[in-house]
Design a protein around this ligand. Sequence first.
Ligand SMILES: NC(=O)CC[C@H](N)C(=O)O
Length: 351
Amino acid sequence: MKQTILLLVFAGLLQTLFAQQQKLPRVVILATGGTIAGTGASADRSAYKAGELPVKDLIAAVPGIDKVATITGEQVSNVGSQDMTVDIWIKLNKRINEIFKNNEADGIVITHGTDTQEETAYFLNLTVRYDHPVVLTGSMRPSTAISADGPKNLYDAVTVAASPLSKGRGVMLVFNESIWDPRDVEKVSTTHVNGFAAPNSGPLGQVYDGKVIYYFNSVHKANKQTPFDISGLTKLPRVAVAELYCDAPATALNAYVADGVDGVITGGLGNGNLNKANTEAVMAAVKKGVSIVRSSRVFTGRVTLFDETDDEKLGTMVSDNLSPQKARILLMLGLTKTKDRKQLQQYFFEY
Ligand SMILES: NC(=O)CC[C@H](N)C(=O)O
């Protein structure tokens, strides 16, 4: 009798556990490499190599992650993000759209190197056709370093991707307990653990002790609200960035144009200003049909139309407050739709 009761209690417990397990949100981790998957022989960071560990090892290093979500992992690439490519972006985009279309997951986490993480985040923000949570994260210290930050960032990223509060928020970046908007976030430290900030705004929210809180919504259009469905594409238009400095020649800009790029972003001075040499080169490039967007090497504030620079005369556009590297992504995608300067300019105010 006693044994039967014990057995029943045990079976009941198992059932409850199973039911809880069933109810957990499903999160797919798409691993691309980066320092989070990096290893090295030293206790700190000297001579470590990014993009070494497979995704199963990243997951195994996070205690309790299986209580937050039902996790599956896929290896998309294993590179340091200085070697991230448009080809990998297109592959990621396809897989993310497929996962949500087939209802394979409630949210996605992407592990990624920090060098270009903000670019991948903004690219996906504009091209993924679903607004389910897609959370990018990484680490500043490799997995073998003392106080490696990867496992905590991954735990937090899964927590954000699995949270009911994240529904409809689309692409985000989670790092060092902050939740960032992909349009605004930038890598702001080469080595510090607090590697990201949004210099023109602030974090969307925070994740702490397994709990998520949001403070802001982005006002910019994303996901299905953009016209950038790239599902039929295997390549994107080529856009380069040419940065200015005191007495900068137009060598870089002219070389890119000679190489046949479709567009150039100028990382200009102050409010996107160009010196005389680059003004002339820009006008010649526009005449050849190259789309030019004036951005700024200054990391806060807007680049505005016709301030010191006459955009009508030059045939140029402005990036608003997008960084040069993000303006490049928007121009690449914009050029898949149109070459019309007014229409492209409108994209820079909307996305
Ligand atoms: N902390 C990092 O992730 C930067 C290291 C590496 N270069 C990368 O971006 O993958």
